[in-house]
Design a protein around this ligand. Structure first.
Ligand SMILES: NC(=O)c1ccc[n+]([C@@H]2O[C@H](COP(=O)([O-])OP(=O)(O)OC[C@H]3O[C@@H](n4cnc5c(N)ncnc54)[C@H](OP(=O)(O)O)[C@@H]3O)[C@@H](O)[C@H]2O)c1
Length: 284
């Protein structure tokens, strides 16, 4: 199968169309991941991408209804707009006020947030159960908030948020209830799991989100950044003998959860990871 789109069957008027909306969206890995999954399951589905900027979320949801799309992935800057536009939100999407996946459920368009569950699944795939762990999350944006809520739900002993903007950090920590609190970089050293949910380490924002010395006392480090796959943080973690988990696992597992919501079938996770890895090696 040499078609780089990942689509191998003839598209017809009966093909179910799904896709990702957001801005930027042109370099999204989601089409490669989902088209590989549809192909592997023999489904007559295709996944595309539409550049929709701020203010376009409600119209995109209406378009989904009108055109009979099978599913939507939602990325920046539309997650809150889409949460307000769908017929109803699931538990995580309601808690976070953010939707990353819209599914058709009967006559309703339902907003879900699969980021947190995807992150937990990516940890479990690496043999790490968050239950009973002391977790430190760097950042307080959309990804961090999903992780904080998911860590608490998965039974973490404590969830400490470290963020530049302290008020925002405190609000994110509240998503973990009485196990959440705002902390500082000094809290990192005692963590069972350190999660980088800032963009520091991304191509274009190089560097370390915390000084390398504090990693010595950490048991595991997960970086949500996946471009590049091997961030400076992960390199330093490995150098310190710390378990290091890249951000592609979360990307794949949140997509797998979306696939299951849309199709009602178990997701072919290994196929999706392979498609994401191929994309990772072909995107600078
Ligand atoms: N692997 C995956 O599937 C996945 C999914 C979602 C996101 N991500 C990645 O996660 C990262 C965060 O995404 P997001 O959507 O949560 O972004 P976001 O909503 O813009 O939040 C970014 C957070 O990082 C902090 N931050 C930004 N620049 C910083 C810097 N130079 N130093 C320290 N802190 C900084 C911000 O702090 P302030 O509050 O102080 O501004 C904010 O808390 C991105 O790299 C994104 O690609 C990965």
């Amino acid at each position: 199968m040499s078609d780089p789109s990942g689509v191998s069957h003839p598209l017809t008027a009966a093909t179910t169309v799904a896709g990702v909306i957001g801005d930027p969206v042109r370099h999204s890995r989601s089409p490669a991941i989902h088209n590989a999954a549809f192909r592997s399951c023999g489904l007559d589905w295709v996944f595309a991408g539409w550049e929709v900027g701020a203010g376009g979320g409600a119209a995109a949801v209406e378009a989904m209804r009108t055109l009979g799309l099978g599913g939507l992935s939602v990325t920046m800057p539309l997650k809150a707009e889409v949460a307000a536009a769908v017929d109803r939100c699931s538990g995580a999407a309601t808690t976070l006020g953010a939707v990353n996946c819209v599914a058709v459920e009967g006559s309703e368009l339902v907003g879900h947030n699969t980021d947190g569950a995807g992150f937990v699944a990516s940890l479990r795939a690496e043999g790490i159960d968050p239950a009973g762990r002391r977790v430190v999350v760097l950042g307080a944006g959309g990804a961090a908030r999903a992780v904080v809520a998911a860590m608490a739900e998965a039974g973490a002993e404590s969830v400490t948020v470290v963020n530049r903007d302290e008020a925002r950090g405190r609000r994110a920590a509240m998503l973990a209830g009485d196990r959440g609190r705002l902390g500082t970089t000094a809290d990192v050293a005692g963590a069972d799991l350190l999660v980088n949910a800032t963009p520091v380490g991304m191509a274009g924002t190089p560097g370390l989100p915390v000084p390398a010395e504090v990693l010595e006392g950490v048991a595991a480090v997960a970086d949500l950044v996946y471009q590049p796959l091997e961030t400076e943080l992960l390199t330093e973690a490995r150098r310190a003998g710390v378990v290091a988990i890249d951000g592609l696992g979360m990307l794949v597992h949140q997509a797998a959860a979306a696939f299951e919501l849309w199709t009602g079938r178990p997701a072919p996770v290994a196929v999706m990871r392979q498609a994401a890895d191929t994309g990772a090696s072909s995107v600078v």
